[in-house]
Design a protein around this ligand. Structure first.
Ligand code: ZN
Length: 227
């Protein structure tokens, strides 16, 4: 017990270091040093071209498409990948906040509400937080666009081992919209952490359609190069 307390006390005096390379952080750099941040993988396409590429992955054809945006490319080994995984599974939500600040400039000017992709409540209870809510909260703090809680999720199988059509079937009916009347005519920007196949965002967008949003966008911290 005493040892543990000592360790906690000692940790207060350890200087901040970059989460990725361990270099001492200069005041105000945040959890990642400037050199590592400069090396983040970014999509090769322009934002407009990326939106076109992502559209069929993340949005039903009949949805009133706004945009789809992600500032970074995700791989299992790159810096952004390490930050997102630690942010999701390593109890380091501050790393997600850091990345969310880089996504904030991509929030559409006319967005009315940020809608984090929900997590089944039991999963959220186990993890302690839903990473998409952490991201949406930071986007909201920066842009002033409010965060909505109109989407709910029920428990569902992990998609990890599934492919294309099977994934889409598995996600059907997972998300539900409540107080649908609140969203009518609004530009709703869905918020997720990573766009891989896009199936999750697609299903969330589909669930929102009966609420008659004026526009639907999809925002994420990062996108994988290939579905
Ligand atoms: Zn670094």
């Amino acid at each position: 017990m005493i040892l543990r307390r000592l360790r906690i006390a000692a940790s207060l005096f350890v200087p901040d270091v970059c989460y990725l390379c361990g270099a001492p952080a200069v005041d105000g750099e945040g959890p990642v040093c400037v050199a590592c941040a400069m090396g983040f993988d970014r999509p090769a396409e322009s934002p407009a071209a990326l939106a076109d590429t992502l559209r069929p992955r993340v949005m039903p054809r009949r949805a009133p498409f706004g945009t789809a945006a992600a500032p970074f490319v995700y791989t299992h080994t790159n810096g952004v990948g390490r930050l997102i995984r630690a942010g999701k599974y390593g109890d380091r939500p501050g790393l997600l906040t850091y990345l969310a600040a880089r996504l904030a400039p991509m929030v559409p000017d006319d967005a009315d509400v940020l809608m984090p992709v929900p997590m089944p409540w039991l999963k959220k209870l186990r993890r302690g937080y839903n990473q998409t809510e952490v991201i949406a909260a930071e986007l909201s703090r920066i842009t002033g666009v409010p965060v909505g809680d109109n989407l709910t999720a029920r428990r569902h199988r992990s998609q990890a081992s599934m492919r294309g059509a099977e994934r889409r079937r598995a996600m059907q009916g997972v998300f539900r919209v409540r107080h649908a009347d609140e969203l009518e005519g609004l530009h709703v920007a869905l918020v997720d952490d990573i766009i891989t196949t896009g199936t999750t965002l697609y299903a969330a967008a589909e669930a929102l359609l009966p609420a008659s949003p004026g526009r639907l966008s999809a925002l994420a911290l990062a996108v994988t190069r290939q579905a």
